[in-house]
Design a protein around this ligand. Sequence first.
Ligand code: 13P
Length: 241
Amino acid sequence: MYFVANWKMFGNLKSLNSLDKVIKFSKSKEIKKGRLIYCPPYTLISSFFKKFKNCLIDIGAQNCHESIDYGPHTGFVNCKMLKDIGANYVIIGHSENRSKGETDKIINIKIKSAIKAKLKVIFCIGETLTEKRKKKTRSVLSKQIKIGLNKIKKKSNMFIAYEPVWSIGTGKIPSTKELEQIIEFIKNKFKGRSPKILYGGSVNPKNIKNIKNINNLNGFLVGGASQNPKKFIDIVKKTYN
Ligand code: 13P
């Protein structure tokens, strides 16, 4: 199972101290085969890289510019730059960016650019509450997958994170049955080796027991709870116990 910590726009140099507990945990037997990946803000990627030098925790970024080339794009960072400072993963298509105008087409270009730079992609999809109420979840996910992954052949190295927008930061999660059906729906879209599937949205040490055994689920993308080392470790521990 993969446990991805998305710190969003939180964290500073002081927060590096909070990682000591997680580093210790990552070296213990308790973690079993779980893999930890931290996606801090751009400003902390280098520091995280140094901090995780002697352990197996991996690092990712939370977004990237769509261009693989260097260029006059003030304020942006491309995948080559991310790879250069130690990132191995990149989250693309997060709903917090989609809601600010990131389209499926741009997401598709970003994914291609990440693959070229040899970053592993964590591709986020998910429906809003209105779409869910109108029973459009499946059609929304289909469209996001179709356009987002257009002309991308090798998908087995990729992660799809199902993050229902109504679940992010709200404390609400889908029912086990609902989640099982959606994961199966996503999985069935791929022939052969499909991407690994993560769930994200209000995952915490309390609700993890309800969602840890979902069929075909390969892990979790954790927002708020991942900033607290104890909670993040608890999520991993409870997944295995
Ligand atoms: P929360 O875990 O805070 O709901 O955030 C989920 C998320 O957006 C992870 O990418």
